[in-house]
Design a protein around this ligand. Sequence first.
Ligand SMILES: Nc1nc2c(ncn2[C@@H]2O[C@H](COP(=O)(O)OP(=O)(O)OP(=O)(O)O)[C@@H](O)[C@H]2O)c(=O)[nH]1
Ligand SMILES: [Mg+2]
Length: 320
Amino acid sequence: MDLVAGILEGNRRALAKGITLVENGEPEKYRILAELHPHTGKSMIVGVTGSPGAGKSSLVDQMTKFYRKQGRTVGVIAIDPTSPFSGGALLGDRIRMQDNTLDPGVFIRSMGTRGSLGGLSRATKEVLTLFDAFGFDVIIVETVGVGQSELDIMDTADTVVVVLTPAGGDIIQTLKAGIMEIADVFAVNKSDLDGADRVVSEVNKTLDLSHGEWRPPVVKTITLDGTGLDELLAEIDKHREYLISSGNLEILRQKRLKEEVTGIVLHKLEDMITLRFQQDRQVQGLLESVVNREQDPYTAAQSIMFSLESWLPESAAESS
Ligand SMILES: Nc1nc2c(ncn2[C@@H]2O[C@H](COP(=O)(O)OP(=O)(O)OP(=O)(O)O)[C@@H](O)[C@H]2O)c(=O)[nH]1
Ligand SMILES: [Mg+2]
C-alpha cells in the first residue's frame, strides 16, 4: 500500500506507519511529508498546556468525548513527560482514554520527550502534518508547560488552552513558566475544589491590566463529570472565528510556514557544517590557528562562510 494514498484515504494503519517513519527519522519521510503538504491546513489545532497534574490529560479526554458528540473527528498528540513528577501519568492516560480509542473517529498518539530524532518539536510538527492530511477536524496537542521545546510546540496550535487549578501557587508557577501569555482560553480545572472562583477572579484581574485584541475567556471545568466542557469548546470555536475574521489565522499560518522552511534549512546547514568541522582539513587548520592565537574566531568564521558555497553538493549548487 502506498503510504501517502493510504493516509489521504483515512487508513489508520497507514497513519500509524507514517508516524513511526517520522519518529525514526527515516529518509523516506521527506517524500511523504512533501506529498502530503498540499492536503494540509484544514484541521483546527488546539494546544493544551499547564502545570504538572493540573488535569490536562483528563481534560483532553473529555474534550475528545464532547467533540465526538458534535460529530467532529479528533486526533490527539500527547507529549509524555519523562520527568520524575509524572512517572505514572502514561499508564493513567492510556486507561482513561480507552473509551475513545475504540472509536474510529479518534486517534491518540503519545510521543516521548526523549529520543525523537531532530528534536521533539520537529517530530511533533511532522506528526501534525500527517494528522492534518489524514483529515481530522480537530487536532489536540497536550504538553506540560515546562521548557522551551514545549513552548515551541504550542506555537503550532491555532488556539492554546492553559489549564490552571485552585491549587495554591498555580498562577505564579504558570506566570514563571511563561505560559500565561500564550493562553487564548483559560480552563480553571478541578473547579469542584475550593478556591476556583478566586483563581478565576485573579486571572481576570491580570487580564484587566493587559490583554491583546482578543481577551482570553476563563472557563471553570470539572473533568470528573464534564462540567464546563460545552462552554470550553464553544470558547475555542469563538477564538477560531476571531482568528479567521481578523485575518490573524492567515498571518499565523504564513509565519509558521516561514519558520518551518527556515528551520529545515538551518537544520540541514548545521548537519553539513558539523560534518565539515569533523572532516575538512582546511577547517581543522583554521581551528588550530585560532587555538594557537594566530587568528581570531571572527576572521576564521568569515573564511569558513566564504567557502560555504563550495561545500554544497554538486546537484544543490547547480539547481540554485
Ligand atoms: N477533583 C478533581 N480532580 C481532577 C480533575 N481533573 C483531573 N483530576 C485529577 O488530577 C490528577 C491529574 O490528572 P491528569 O489528567 O493526569 O493531569 P495532567 O495535567 O495530565 O498530569 P501530567 O500529565 O502528569 O502533568 C488525577 O488524579 C485526576 O483524577 C477535576 O476536575 N477535579
Ligand atoms: Mg498528562
